[in-house]
Write a protein of this length. Sequence first.
Length: 215
Amino acid sequence: MSIGALRWVGWNLFLAAIPVILGYATAWGLSKQGKGHRLPLLICIPLAIAWIFFLPNSCYLLTEWRHLLFDERWKDLLESGHTDRGAMLSTAKWALLFLAYSGTGVLMFVLAVRPMERWLRSTGQKSFLFAPLFFFVVSLGVYIGLIVRLNTWDVIHRPVRVWDAVGDGLFVPGHVVQPADALAGEAPPAAANARCLFDVFDQCTFHGILLCRAL
């Protein structure tokens, strides 16, 4: 892997880690301390907004599989893997790398959402009531980053462009997301995928850790 590719991977992992920090900071600030919150709402609200804006960067890493599966640079290697043992081993190596890379993104996504979900439950709210809209918004963010090629900070630098991208993705014929494009991070099907990934990874990871401790 080239230095440029390593820098790109490192940058994407850094962006995926930001909502984890923001999620824990926001949940901690909103938690009760006496009759109020640990942090004033004037701080918690901007933290929560930043959290939701950066959150798509975590599950975005799951779409990086498209480079290995569909990029022309990998086509010869994948085709040679059927007959060439060396190419087969090289394909397996890259597949494991992409699995670790995208898996880290899913883990970051779970770590970012988990503290906010726990805080919501602590207030007596039922988190599943908010889940459909929440995961749809996250998936729409992935779509805007992957297809429209906008970044999180474009919400500030180019808000009109971001708003137009949201409208195009939802309502304009030819831009409306189709179920067949789920792998590409398109919004409606990816919303369900994001919810399933969160539930499965959350149960397997954190409940598995608790079980190991109990043993």
